[in-house]
Design a protein around this ligand. Structure first.
Ligand code: BDR
Ligand code: CA
Length: 307
Protein backbone atom coordinates (compact mmCIF):
# COMPACT_ATOMS: atom_id res chain seq x y z
CA UNK A 1 0.00 0.00 0.00
CA UNK A 2 1.35 3.44 -0.92
CA UNK A 3 0.47 6.44 1.23
CA UNK A 4 -0.01 9.37 -1.11
CA UNK A 5 -0.26 13.12 -0.70
CA UNK A 6 -1.71 14.50 -3.95
CA UNK A 7 -0.96 18.10 -4.93
CA UNK A 8 -3.18 19.09 -7.84
CA UNK A 9 -4.74 21.90 -9.91
CA UNK A 10 -7.98 20.29 -11.13
CA UNK A 11 -8.07 20.47 -14.15
CA UNK A 12 -9.64 17.88 -16.45
CA UNK A 13 -6.65 15.55 -16.60
CA UNK A 14 -6.16 16.03 -12.85
CA UNK A 15 -9.73 14.78 -12.34
CA UNK A 16 -8.87 11.64 -14.32
CA UNK A 17 -5.72 11.08 -12.28
CA UNK A 18 -7.78 11.43 -9.10
CA UNK A 19 -10.40 8.88 -10.10
CA UNK A 20 -7.63 6.48 -11.14
CA UNK A 21 -5.86 6.81 -7.77
CA UNK A 22 -9.17 6.38 -5.97
CA UNK A 23 -9.70 3.15 -7.94
CA UNK A 24 -6.40 1.54 -6.94
CA UNK A 25 -6.53 -0.76 -3.89
CA UNK A 26 -2.75 -0.29 -3.56
CA UNK A 27 -3.14 3.48 -3.01
CA UNK A 28 -4.15 5.23 0.18
CA UNK A 29 -4.86 8.90 -0.63
CA UNK A 30 -3.99 10.45 2.73
CA UNK A 31 -4.51 14.10 1.71
CA UNK A 32 -5.09 16.38 -1.25
CA UNK A 33 -3.91 19.95 -1.72
CA UNK A 34 -4.74 22.48 -4.38
CA UNK A 35 -2.64 24.97 -6.29
CA UNK A 36 -3.55 27.46 -9.01
CA UNK A 37 -2.65 26.45 -12.53
CA UNK A 38 -5.35 25.13 -14.80
CA UNK A 39 -7.67 27.71 -13.22
CA UNK A 40 -7.58 30.14 -10.27
CA UNK A 41 -6.96 28.75 -6.80
CA UNK A 42 -10.63 29.33 -5.91
CA UNK A 43 -11.78 27.35 -8.92
CA UNK A 44 -9.22 24.54 -8.49
CA UNK A 45 -10.15 24.21 -4.81
CA UNK A 46 -13.89 24.18 -5.56
CA UNK A 47 -13.21 21.53 -8.21
CA UNK A 48 -11.22 19.36 -5.80
CA UNK A 49 -14.06 19.48 -3.25
CA UNK A 50 -16.63 18.74 -5.95
CA UNK A 51 -14.59 15.75 -7.20
CA UNK A 52 -14.13 14.49 -3.66
CA UNK A 53 -17.91 14.22 -3.35
CA UNK A 54 -18.41 12.83 -6.86
CA UNK A 55 -15.74 10.14 -6.51
CA UNK A 56 -16.79 9.36 -2.88
CA UNK A 57 -13.38 10.15 -1.36
CA UNK A 58 -12.55 10.67 2.29
CA UNK A 59 -9.17 12.43 2.11
CA UNK A 60 -8.99 15.92 3.61
CA UNK A 61 -8.44 18.80 1.18
CA UNK A 62 -6.07 21.69 1.87
CA UNK A 63 -6.02 25.00 0.02
CA UNK A 64 -2.63 25.97 -1.38
CA UNK A 65 -0.91 28.78 -3.19
CA UNK A 66 -2.59 31.45 -5.28
CA UNK A 67 0.67 33.29 -6.02
CA UNK A 68 3.97 32.00 -7.39
CA UNK A 69 6.79 31.43 -4.91
CA UNK A 70 8.31 34.83 -5.76
CA UNK A 71 5.00 36.51 -4.85
CA UNK A 72 4.03 37.21 -8.45
CA UNK A 73 0.56 36.68 -9.90
CA UNK A 74 0.23 33.54 -12.05
CA UNK A 75 0.19 33.78 -15.84
CA UNK A 76 -3.29 33.86 -17.33
CA UNK A 77 -5.20 30.60 -16.86
CA UNK A 78 -5.62 28.15 -19.79
CA UNK A 79 -9.40 28.59 -20.21
CA UNK A 80 -9.14 27.28 -23.76
CA UNK A 81 -7.82 23.91 -22.47
CA UNK A 82 -9.75 23.34 -19.21
CA UNK A 83 -12.62 25.87 -19.45
CA UNK A 84 -13.06 28.97 -17.29
CA UNK A 85 -13.96 26.90 -14.23
CA UNK A 86 -11.14 24.37 -14.83
CA UNK A 87 -13.51 21.45 -15.48
CA UNK A 88 -14.69 22.32 -18.97
CA UNK A 89 -17.66 24.55 -17.94
CA UNK A 90 -19.97 21.57 -18.49
CA UNK A 91 -21.74 21.23 -15.12
CA UNK A 92 -22.27 23.58 -12.16
CA UNK A 93 -19.53 23.05 -9.56
CA UNK A 94 -21.36 22.88 -6.26
CA UNK A 95 -20.75 20.98 -3.06
CA UNK A 96 -21.30 21.48 0.65
CA UNK A 97 -17.82 20.16 1.44
CA UNK A 98 -15.15 22.49 2.82
CA UNK A 99 -11.36 22.60 3.05
CA UNK A 100 -9.37 21.92 6.20
CA UNK A 101 -7.98 24.92 8.04
CA UNK A 102 -4.22 24.29 7.56
CA UNK A 103 -2.41 25.55 4.50
CA UNK A 104 -1.25 23.00 1.92
CA UNK A 105 2.43 23.28 2.77
CA UNK A 106 1.82 22.83 6.50
CA UNK A 107 -0.37 19.79 5.82
CA UNK A 108 2.37 18.27 3.64
CA UNK A 109 4.99 18.80 6.34
CA UNK A 110 2.73 17.48 9.12
CA UNK A 111 1.86 14.30 7.26
CA UNK A 112 5.49 13.62 6.31
CA UNK A 113 6.51 14.18 9.94
CA UNK A 114 3.82 11.78 11.23
CA UNK A 115 4.88 9.02 8.78
CA UNK A 116 8.60 9.48 8.15
CA UNK A 117 9.86 7.93 4.88
CA UNK A 118 6.39 6.66 4.02
CA UNK A 119 4.69 9.43 2.07
CA UNK A 120 4.86 9.68 -1.71
CA UNK A 121 4.08 13.20 -2.83
CA UNK A 122 2.41 13.09 -6.24
CA UNK A 123 2.57 16.60 -7.70
CA UNK A 124 0.47 17.12 -10.82
CA UNK A 125 0.36 20.90 -10.86
CA UNK A 126 2.97 23.61 -10.60
CA UNK A 127 5.38 23.09 -7.73
CA UNK A 128 4.62 26.15 -5.59
CA UNK A 129 3.13 24.31 -2.58
CA UNK A 130 5.94 21.75 -2.57
CA UNK A 131 8.62 24.45 -2.67
CA UNK A 132 6.87 26.32 0.16
CA UNK A 133 6.90 23.14 2.25
CA UNK A 134 10.61 22.66 1.59
CA UNK A 135 11.43 26.27 2.53
CA UNK A 136 9.16 26.52 5.58
CA UNK A 137 9.68 23.13 7.22
CA UNK A 138 13.30 22.09 7.71
CA UNK A 139 12.71 18.35 8.05
CA UNK A 140 10.17 18.04 5.26
CA UNK A 141 12.52 16.86 2.51
CA UNK A 142 14.10 14.28 4.84
CA UNK A 143 10.73 12.99 6.04
CA UNK A 144 9.27 12.44 2.57
CA UNK A 145 9.76 9.11 0.83
CA UNK A 146 9.74 10.49 -2.71
CA UNK A 147 8.19 12.97 -5.11
CA UNK A 148 6.64 11.86 -8.39
CA UNK A 149 5.84 14.84 -10.57
CA UNK A 150 4.06 15.37 -13.83
CA UNK A 151 5.97 18.07 -15.62
CA UNK A 152 8.92 18.96 -17.77
CA UNK A 153 10.26 17.47 -20.94
CA UNK A 154 13.62 16.26 -22.20
CA UNK A 155 13.25 15.72 -25.91
CA UNK A 156 9.65 16.63 -26.63
CA UNK A 157 8.80 20.29 -27.44
CA UNK A 158 7.14 22.29 -24.67
CA UNK A 159 3.38 22.74 -24.50
CA UNK A 160 3.40 26.39 -23.35
CA UNK A 161 6.49 27.69 -25.11
CA UNK A 162 8.74 25.85 -27.55
CA UNK A 163 10.85 24.72 -24.56
CA UNK A 164 8.65 24.63 -21.49
CA UNK A 165 5.94 22.35 -20.11
CA UNK A 166 3.04 24.01 -18.24
CA UNK A 167 3.65 22.80 -14.67
CA UNK A 168 7.31 23.84 -14.73
CA UNK A 169 6.68 27.05 -16.66
CA UNK A 170 3.97 28.04 -14.14
CA UNK A 171 6.59 28.51 -11.41
CA UNK A 172 10.20 27.79 -12.49
CA UNK A 173 11.63 29.20 -9.23
CA UNK A 174 9.52 26.70 -7.27
CA UNK A 175 10.64 23.87 -9.57
CA UNK A 176 14.26 24.92 -9.00
CA UNK A 177 13.83 24.72 -5.20
CA UNK A 178 12.22 21.27 -5.46
CA UNK A 179 14.88 19.90 -7.83
CA UNK A 180 17.68 21.14 -5.54
CA UNK A 181 16.14 19.47 -2.47
CA UNK A 182 17.39 16.12 -1.25
CA UNK A 183 14.15 14.27 -2.01
CA UNK A 184 14.31 11.44 -4.58
CA UNK A 185 12.27 12.70 -7.55
CA UNK A 186 10.78 11.00 -10.58
CA UNK A 187 9.76 13.15 -13.51
CA UNK A 188 6.91 11.94 -15.70
CA UNK A 189 7.08 14.50 -18.47
CA UNK A 190 5.92 15.16 -21.99
CA UNK A 191 8.33 12.53 -23.38
CA UNK A 192 5.92 9.87 -22.14
CA UNK A 193 2.62 11.72 -21.59
CA UNK A 194 2.36 12.99 -25.16
CA UNK A 195 2.61 9.50 -26.59
CA UNK A 196 0.00 8.02 -24.23
CA UNK A 197 -3.16 9.20 -25.92
CA UNK A 198 -6.81 8.67 -25.09
CA UNK A 199 -8.90 7.99 -28.18
CA UNK A 200 -12.63 8.62 -28.47
CA UNK A 201 -13.21 4.85 -28.57
CA UNK A 202 -11.19 4.34 -25.40
CA UNK A 203 -13.14 7.12 -23.68
CA UNK A 204 -16.50 5.61 -24.72
CA UNK A 205 -15.45 2.12 -23.56
CA UNK A 206 -14.54 3.59 -20.20
CA UNK A 207 -17.38 6.01 -19.60
CA UNK A 208 -20.26 3.91 -20.99
CA UNK A 209 -19.72 1.47 -18.12
CA UNK A 210 -19.91 4.11 -15.39
CA UNK A 211 -23.51 5.40 -15.39
CA UNK A 212 -23.98 9.07 -14.37
CA UNK A 213 -20.35 9.35 -13.36
CA UNK A 214 -19.40 8.21 -16.87
CA UNK A 215 -21.61 10.94 -18.33
CA UNK A 216 -19.73 13.55 -16.31
CA UNK A 217 -16.31 12.18 -17.34
CA UNK A 218 -17.45 12.07 -20.95
CA UNK A 219 -18.52 15.72 -20.82
CA UNK A 220 -15.35 17.10 -19.26
CA UNK A 221 -13.11 15.04 -21.54
CA UNK A 222 -15.20 16.11 -24.53
CA UNK A 223 -14.22 19.72 -23.79
CA UNK A 224 -10.55 18.68 -23.52
CA UNK A 225 -10.71 16.64 -26.76
CA UNK A 226 -12.24 19.60 -28.62
CA UNK A 227 -9.31 21.74 -27.60
CA UNK A 228 -6.82 19.22 -29.00
CA UNK A 229 -8.87 18.76 -32.17
CA UNK A 230 -8.61 22.51 -32.91
CA UNK A 231 -4.92 22.10 -33.60
CA UNK A 232 -4.68 18.58 -34.99
CA UNK A 233 -8.20 17.74 -36.28
CA UNK A 234 -7.75 14.62 -34.18
CA UNK A 235 -9.82 14.13 -31.02
CA UNK A 236 -7.21 11.94 -29.29
CA UNK A 237 -5.65 13.71 -26.34
CA UNK A 238 -2.58 13.09 -24.20
CA UNK A 239 -2.83 11.46 -20.80
CA UNK A 240 -0.75 13.83 -18.71
CA UNK A 241 -1.52 13.61 -14.99
CA UNK A 242 -2.95 10.09 -14.98
CA UNK A 243 0.32 8.78 -16.36
CA UNK A 244 2.20 10.09 -13.32
CA UNK A 245 -0.38 8.27 -11.17
CA UNK A 246 0.23 5.12 -13.23
CA UNK A 247 3.97 5.45 -12.60
CA UNK A 248 3.16 5.53 -8.89
CA UNK A 249 1.20 2.26 -9.04
CA UNK A 250 3.09 0.46 -11.83
CA UNK A 251 6.63 1.77 -12.38
CA UNK A 252 7.52 -1.44 -14.24
CA UNK A 253 5.61 -0.08 -17.27
CA UNK A 254 8.22 2.65 -17.74
CA UNK A 255 11.79 2.90 -18.99
CA UNK A 256 13.72 5.37 -16.89
CA UNK A 257 17.12 7.05 -16.66
CA UNK A 258 18.93 8.29 -13.54
CA UNK A 259 20.69 11.62 -13.30
CA UNK A 260 20.37 15.28 -12.33
CA UNK A 261 17.50 17.52 -13.37
CA UNK A 262 17.57 21.31 -13.37
CA UNK A 263 15.42 24.10 -14.71
CA UNK A 264 16.22 27.19 -16.81
CA UNK A 265 15.00 30.29 -14.94
CA UNK A 266 16.05 33.10 -17.26
CA UNK A 267 15.78 34.09 -20.89
CA UNK A 268 13.47 32.79 -23.54
CA UNK A 269 14.08 29.16 -22.50
CA UNK A 270 12.60 29.91 -19.04
CA UNK A 271 10.86 26.82 -17.71
CA UNK A 272 12.85 24.33 -19.79
CA UNK A 273 14.04 21.20 -17.93
CA UNK A 274 17.64 20.02 -18.39
CA UNK A 275 19.01 16.57 -17.60
CA UNK A 276 22.53 15.24 -17.01
CA UNK A 277 22.69 11.44 -16.99
CA UNK A 278 24.44 9.92 -13.95
CA UNK A 279 23.63 6.50 -12.46
CA UNK A 280 24.27 7.94 -8.98
CA UNK A 281 22.03 11.01 -9.48
CA UNK A 282 18.98 11.62 -7.25
CA UNK A 283 16.53 12.05 -10.11
CA UNK A 284 14.72 9.54 -12.30
CA UNK A 285 13.26 10.53 -15.65
CA UNK A 286 10.71 8.51 -17.61
CA UNK A 287 11.89 8.16 -21.20
CA UNK A 288 9.45 5.54 -22.50
CA UNK A 289 6.26 3.77 -21.49
CA UNK A 290 4.29 0.66 -22.40
CA UNK A 291 1.32 2.63 -23.72
CA UNK A 292 -1.03 -0.30 -24.35
CA UNK A 293 -0.67 -1.78 -20.88
CA UNK A 294 -0.80 1.63 -19.18
CA UNK A 295 -4.11 2.42 -20.90
CA UNK A 296 -5.57 -1.05 -20.20
CA UNK A 297 -4.64 -0.81 -16.55
CA UNK A 298 -6.15 2.67 -16.23
CA UNK A 299 -9.50 1.64 -17.76
CA UNK A 300 -9.75 -1.65 -15.89
CA UNK A 301 -9.01 -0.20 -12.46
CA UNK A 302 -11.65 2.54 -12.84
CA UNK A 303 -14.25 0.11 -14.20
CA UNK A 304 -13.55 -2.35 -11.36
CA UNK A 305 -14.17 0.32 -8.76
CA UNK A 306 -16.97 2.47 -10.17
CA UNK A 307 -19.07 0.38 -12.59
C1 BDR B 1 0.14 19.63 -17.19
O1 BDR B 1 -0.34 20.97 -17.22
C2 BDR B 1 -1.67 21.01 -16.78
O2 BDR B 1 -2.42 21.77 -17.65
C3 BDR B 1 -2.17 19.60 -16.77
O3 BDR B 1 -3.15 19.40 -15.76
C4 BDR B 1 -0.93 18.80 -16.50
O4 BDR B 1 -0.66 18.73 -15.13
C5 BDR B 1 0.46 19.17 -18.59
O5 BDR B 1 1.50 19.93 -19.15
CA1 CA C 1 -2.45 19.18 -13.50
Amino acid sequence: MKDVFLDTDPGIDDAMALIYLASCPSVNIRAISTVMGNASLDNCTANALFLKEKFRLTAPIYRGASLCINGKEPHSFPDHVHGKNGLGDVVPINTELCCESHSAHRAMANLALQSPSKITLLAIGQLTNVALAILAHVNFSKDLNEIILMGGSLNFPGNVTAWAEANIYGDPEAADIVLRSEVPITMVGLDVTMKTRISQKFLKDLTSGLGDLGGFLDQINGFYANHYAKHTENYDFPMHDSLAAIFLTNPELFITRRGWLSVVKHGNERGKTLFRADEKGPHTVCVDVDVTNALDLFRQKILDKYS
